[in-house]
Ligand binder design. Structure first.
Ligand SMILES: Cc1ncc(COP(=O)(O)O)c(C=O)c1O
Length: 494
């Protein structure tokens, strides 16, 4: 009432005894409330006279008008925010970002996750926590988790690393953020794949970096084009195992060329290896970091795709000489990652549940992927071009020229079909329109129906001109259109 102006400054208020009797309550809560208001400076006591509303409260803070209006900023020009914050696009998310329904891009088969195993591990660690697990921890994260990750990375991803080079972070998003803060300055030119991962782009924008879009072709990031556009870039952000969103795998020649450029330009390479566990027609390709002789690569991995995104656990592998820099920056950001899920995850990996889960999911996703490719081909023939279906949990289809993906996606969303449009992944004018279709979380039984729904949204295939969009094509990858393979047998449930 004081702040709203209905009790004015300097006004006397009833004694505690009177108010308690008026309200029909004990005097103790009234005494406590008065003491609190005195302590906070809303009341003042005058000896021999009683208690008053503080006479020095500013007039405009207690104006009766205030109680009628909700707060309105008085002068927008004076509400300064950082220039870099203004450089980010408005926080608007398309309806397809609801993470629902067929083709969801953001997650895998969450219902197939071994929840029981996870719950047992969680109970084990939360029932009898060690006191050491309740205090501040190592800024790199739990040592035991870093050890099992190091073994996994060395054996499965050919990453050269020791546990002391690994830092556990809150998903690859924090890893990109941390790398940006340690390695880049406002104005630093940085190569970004075009099209590329918009959330990495936003980190660079928020850091005030100058983004240099470098086209992706059938061999991945076009290093020659990058050098032509900005030889002296400070860093390159790449997804070499499974380019996001086009899905190409960077060729060996390009990897070596990229490393060579980084060495001669004194540049950093940030390798985002977000879904490399799943490759369907060959063994997972080795990391770029494993080829790096000059310690120029910062390797990033995440458990968002392979386990579940709400876990918010990812990791960085940092060159040995940069570990201290990353540690200082991490300490200034959030000190260290939370303990509990790290401990659970360390056991989940260490006891073999992780590799068992990956094996099961690889079979399941392969089944879903094959079904999706088959349904798309049967329904659209060559009218939609399929890209990047040999790995990961999504593929991309490109539309013929003249069709606008965002418009179609908005229309589809009104009919509860959520399609991620391709064109927002471009910084400059989109070279292609299309959709990024997740298949990890779409049950096999749902896929033909979802493709039929897509057909209904796009109109009859005869009405869609044959796709002429020039997109990555290459001899060293399997063809985009392929006959469905016989499915491998499903392994038993955990
Ligand atoms: C290119 C890319 N990197 C990383 C991620 C995962 O991010 P995070 O680990 O922050 O959940 C995704 C998720 O969709 C992605 O598409």
């Amino acid at each position: 009432m004081i702040v709203a102006g209905s009790i004015g400054s300097g006004q006397q208020i009833p004694s505690t005894r009177t108010l308690a009797s008026e309200l029909g309550i004990s005097r103790i809560p009234v005494l406590n409330a008065y003491a609190q208001l005195l302590a906070e400076g809303y009341f003042e006591a005058r000896v021999g006279a009683g208690t008053f509303v503080c006479s020095s409260l500013p007039e405009q803070a207690t104006h009766p008008e205030k109680s009628r209006k909700s707060w309105v900023p008085e002068n927008l020009a004076r509400r300064c925010v950082a220039r870099t914050a203004r450089m980010l696009p408005r926080f608007e998310r398309g309806p397809w970002a609801r993470h629902e329904g067929a083709f969801d891009l953001s997650q895998g088969a969450l219902d197939e996750f071994p929840h029981k195993v996870w719950a047992n591990l969680l109970a084990r660690h939360s029932r009898n926590p060690l006191t050491s697990s309740l205090g501040y921890g190592d800024s790199r994260g739990l040592r035991r988790l870093r050890e099992v990750i190091a073994i996994y990375l060395r054996t499965s991803r050919a990453v050269r690393c020791e546990p002391q080079q690994i830092m556990i972070v809150s998903g690859s998003q924090q890893a990109v953020n941390l790398s940006t803060r340690v390695l880049l300055d406002p104005g630093s030119p940085v190569w970004m794949e075009e099209p590329g991962y918009w959330l990495a782009r936003h980190v660079l924008m928020a850091a005030g970096c100058r983004i240099v879009p470098v086209p992706v072709d059938a061999e991945g990031l076009d290093v020659t084009a990058g050098i032509r556009r900005c030889r002296t870039a400070r860093a390159a952000f790449v997804t070499p195992s499974h380019q996001f969103p086009l899905g190409v795998t960077m060729s060996a020649a390009r990897r070596l060329r990229l490393l060579d450029w980084a060495r001669s330009a004194g540049a950093w390479i940030v390798e985002d290896d977000y879904d490399s566990e799943y490759r369907y027609q060959s063994k997972p390709v080795a990391s770029l970091q494993g080829l790096d002789e000059a310690s120029r690569v910062i390797y990033i991995g995440t458990f968002s795709k392979v386990l579940f995104p709400s876990l918010r656990i990812g990791y960085l592998v940092v060159p040995p000489d940069l570990v201290d820099r990353f540690l200082s920056m991490r300490y200034a950001m959030d000190i260290n990652p939370p303990h509990l899920y790290q401990a659970v995850l360390a056991d989940f990996i260490g006891e073999g549940h992780f590799s068992r889960h990956i094996r099961r999911m690889r079979t399941l996703y392969n089944e879903r992927r094959t079904l999706l490719v088959d349904s798309l081909q049967r329904t659209f023939g060559s009218r939609l071009r399929i890209l990047g279906d040999m790995a990961g949990m999504h593929l991309t289809v490109t539309l013929p020229n003249g069709l606008n993906d965002s418009e179609i996606a908005n229309r589809a969303a009104r009919e509860s079909l959520w399609l991620w449009p391709l064109s927002p992944s471009y910084i400059a004018k989109a070279a292609a329109h299309g959709f990024i279709l997740g298949f990890g979380s779409t049950a096999s039984s749902e896929i033909p129906r979802a493709v039929e729904h897509l057909r209904a949204v796009l109109g009859p295939p005869e009405g869609i001109p044959t796709s002429k969009t020039e997109m990555p094509r290459t001899a060293h990858h399997a063809p985009y259109f392929r006959r469905p393979r016989r499915l491998p047998r499903r392994s038993g449930l955990t």
